[in-house]
Design a protein around this ligand. Structure first.
Ligand code: ATP
Ligand code: MG
Length: 222
């Protein structure tokens, strides 16, 4: 709760979680929940990518992927849905999303980008990646079955220069730190889920029932 007139003015701390979410699963949801708790976020915003630059030919429309994200998080008061990438033409670059979030939230809000280790190993290929850390913090989690120690040198240096283990650093500054947290390791991927649906296997207990029902109702991943 924010106390009006409190001399130590608290700015909100927001986590942002982007991905293709094709489809969303408990690996995504649990990781976001545990980071929200560990890092004390006021809110985690899920931002589905419309045209992710690193993935070609997505068979499932952005509207369906977004609808599944929406269904998954609607009962969680800490989670919110942000459709700004869906309304932007061209590739969905994180730098553009951050610039647009800064316009909305101002330069003082603490914004932390949530990321799995597999995504971070390719972070140096992201559009204007070195500017991203000027606009947000980054919170990393180790994703099971990915090799954490295979970081390119440039990212090792980046990590070293920005690393903190103190969650306070993320609250007292708007951007600039990278931290890592352990979360419950769930070896779940959208790729494996798509395969399961393709073969007529069940995806129960890997993702919310509401999303499974949505997939069946719209005959996705056949
Ligand atoms: P795909 O298999 O299609 O690549 P995915 O399961 O990897 O899908 P993405 O939408 O690519 O999901 O991932 C979005 C973000 O969520 C990335 O930062 C990724 O590292 C993270 N993530 C995905 N699955 C997990 C998981 N099981 N545990 C922790 N982080 C995850
Ligand atoms: Mg992935």
């Amino acid at each position: 709760m924010k106390v009006i007139g409190n001399p130590t003015i608290q700015t909100p701390a927001i986590g942002i979680f982007g991905g293709t979410f094709n489809p969303i699963h408990f690996g995504h949801l649990r990781m976001a929940q545990e980071l929200a708790d560990a890092l004390n976020f006021d809110e985690v915003r899920f931002i589905p990518a419309a045209n992710p630059p690193h993935k070609n030919s997505l068979s499932i429309s952005a509207e369906h992927r977004a609808a599944m994200v929406h269904l998954s998080i609607q009962n969680n008061t800490n989670f919110s849905f942000d459709d700004r990438e869906l309304h932007r033409a061209g590739a969905s670059y994180t730098i553009d999303t951050l610039l647009s979030l800064r316009e909305e939230l101002g330069m003082k809000a603490s914004i932390t980008l949530l990321m799995g280790s597999d995504a971070f190993t390719k972070f140096d290929t992201w559009h204007r990646w070195q500017e991203i850390i000027q606009l947000c913090h980054i919170a990393l989690v180790q994703r099971p079955q990915t090799e954490a120690n295979k970081l390119p040198n440039i990212l090792e240096t980046f990590l070293h220069n920005h690393y903190t283990e103190h969650s306070d650093d993320l609250h007292t500054t708007p951007a600039g730190f990278v931290t890592m947290r352990q979360v419950t390791a769930l070896d779940i991927s959208s790729t494996a889920i798509r395969e399961a649906f393709k073969h007529g296997h069940s995806a129960r207990y890997l993702m919310p029932d509401s999303v499974i029902e949505y997939i069946h109702a719209h005959k996705l991943y056949k």
